[in-house]
Design a protein around this ligand. Structure first.
Ligand SMILES: Nc1ncnc2c1ncn2[C@@H]1O[C@H](COP(=O)(O)OP(=O)(O)OP(=O)(O)O)[C@@H](O)[C@H]1O
Length: 352
């Protein structure tokens, strides 16, 4: 059993508290992704698990072991960073085996382990090269290889792909997914990239200001967010939010100039709420209505149409198909009532 358990973990830098009593269970073999806005504490939490940051309060277990005070080298974790931190004067092979060599592992065994890692990562052709003669993606693969040869119980990744260009990111993302399938180790991964989080994770942890907002499988968070923050954070382009008020058993939405009837238990008359509709759940009706098409971003298979309203709230709609609205058009929008989420305007909690 080599899951990771955090119990009431707190991190303070002097007077400043950045992690506020986090409880989390990462199961054995699970791929867990931490997401959240810049400064929410993703990296700090990961570094606390690695032992690179001291844990101020609470407990961290790896498997059955309490590692809260353990040295990083005793935790059975290997970390892969955004910067590859390879030794420039060593070959790929030497870089991958260096940690083992320092631990006094016999060279025949090092060779075997490096070979196994290089097989998994398809690095065989590069073993004799120095890092300077590798592409960014290859360097990151070496950094991952270095983690693999150590045979850790838990892999920790801190935004490992953010220095790579878009194409390589996709390639490496697929590679990391494959790696997880192949070696089945517990992995915890920090990113601010939506697509990485959605595609890699068994479980996503959404953090905000040192607190957990919600934990769940990617589609669970997408379909069933607990609050406005998670609803707006998961999904791209983000969910549209419009102010409304409960009136006559429906929600009056000034931006739309009409009421909508969401399939939820609405609070009492007069309550201020926010309705949320995802761009992909809106149907654009051309040639009618009072919404202004201000901008259309045509990506090919899909266009994102930005609409202005008389309340100055913006709406983004996804359009597919041959006929799409153009900038300057006046349009209306339609959506199924079951697609409308409702949030309390004050607490921002979801009303179900
Ligand atoms: N040594 C430090 N002293 C004081 N505050 C710190 C220190 N290191 C980090 N922080 C603060 O802790 C908070 C969390 O930082 P952290 O780097 O974990 O955020 P993050 O979610 O990983 O952000 P990003 O996505 O920008 O990397 C931030 O507000 C940061 O300013």
């Amino acid at each position: 059993m080599t899951g990771v358990t955090l119990q009431r973990t707190v991190k303070r830098y002097g007077e400043v508290q950045v992690i506020h009593g986090i409880d989390l269970e990462v199961e054995d073999g699970e791929f867990c992704v931490f997401v959240g806005p810049s400064g929410c504490g993703k990296s700090t939490l990961l570094r606390m698990i690695a032992g690179l940051e001291e844990t101020t309060e609470g407990q961290i277990n790896i498997g059955a072991r309490d590692v809260t005070k353990a040295d990083p080298s005793e935790r059975g974790v290997a970390m892969v960073f955004q910067t590859y931190a390879l030794y420039p004067h060593m070959t790929v092979e030497q870089n991958m085996g260096f940690g083992l060599k320092m631990n006094g592992v016999p060279s025949a065994e090092i060779k075997k382990k490096v070979k196994a890692a290089s097989d998994i990562l398809k690095l065989d052709d590069y073993l004799k090269r120095k890092p300077a003669n590798l592409s960014g993606g290859q360097r990151q693969r070496v950094a991952i290889g270095r983690a693999i040869v150590r045979g850790p119980e838990v892999f920790l990744f801190d935004e490992p792909l953010s220095n790579l260009d878009a194409e390589l990111r996709v390639e490496m993302r697929v590679e990391i997914a494959r790696l997880h399938k192949e070696i089945g180790a517990t992995m915890i991964y920090v990113t601010h990239d939506q697509v990485e989080a959605m595609t890699l994770a068994d479980k996503i942890v959404v953090l905000r200001a040192g607190h957990i907002e919600q934990v769940g499988a990617p589609l669970e968070l997408y379909r069933d967010p607990d609050n406005r923050f998670v609803a707006g954070f998961i999904g791209s382009p983000a969910m549209n939010f419009l102010n409304g008020k409960v009136m006559d058993g429906a929600v009056a939405v000034p931006a739309l100039g009409r009421s909508v009837m969401p399939e939820v238990n609405l609070p009492m008359e007069g309550t201020e709420v926010i309705i949320g509709i995802r761009p992909e759940h809106i149907e654009v009706q051309r040639g009618q209505g009072g919404l202004n098409a201000e901008l259309s971003e045509a990506l090919g298979g899909v266009s994102y149409l930005h609409l202005g309203t008389h309340t100055d709230e913006r709406i983004i709609c996804e359009e597919r198909g041959d006929e799409r609205a153009r900038e300057g058009d006046t349009v209306d929008i339609a959506f199924e009532p079951r697609r409308v989420m409702v949030f309390d305007a004050q607490s921002e909690l979801r009303i179900r």
